[in-house]
Design a protein around this ligand. Structure first.
Ligand SMILES: [Zn+2]
Ligand SMILES: [Zn+2]
Length: 136
């Protein structure tokens, strides 16, 4: 097991490289299997054939960016997109502002949700509350 960032051997049980401090598995410069430098963008190590990038497995539980974005745009004043993504505190705040003002301030939360919905769609907000990347 080698650091993919600096190419130094690392303990398979270590979470970070003791040499460069990089989290294990991050970096694309060296082969994790043999420690040889790999060409940028190469899918496998030319030295040993080991895959340089772990095949990304789409998370079946990933929240949908499209759904969250549309919820924000259309139902932002109820914080539905934030409930969906698990940002419960923010979601409750949006609902309370709308409801307690008898919807007098719903345009505020509506615009807030609209902006967040757009940020979700363009990728400025790209994780849910647990830090899981959003799916399509
Ligand atoms: Zn390192
Ligand atoms: Zn290799």
């Amino acid at each position: 097991m080698y650091c993919k960032n600096c190419g130094n051997p690392i303990d398979p049980n270590a979470a970070v490289c003791l040499n460069c401090g990089c989290a294990k598995g991050t970096g694309l410069s060296y082969c994790a299997n043999c420690g040889q430098p790999v060409a940028p963008g190469a899918a496998v190590c030319t030295n040993c054939g080991f895959a340089t990038t772990p095949t990304s497995v789409p998370n079946p539980n990933a929240k949908s960016k499209l759904v969250a974005g549309l919820l924000g745009i259309f139902l932002g004043c109820f914080g539905v997109h934030n409930f969906y993504l698990g940002y419960t505190g923010k979601a409750v705040a949006q609902v309370l502002i709308s409801v307690l003002s008898c919807f007098g301030l719903s345009f505020v939360t509506g615009v807030w949700g609209l902006i967040e919905g757009i940020m979700i769609l363009v990728g400025n907000i790209n994780t849910d509350a647990k830090g899981n990347p959003l799916g399509e």
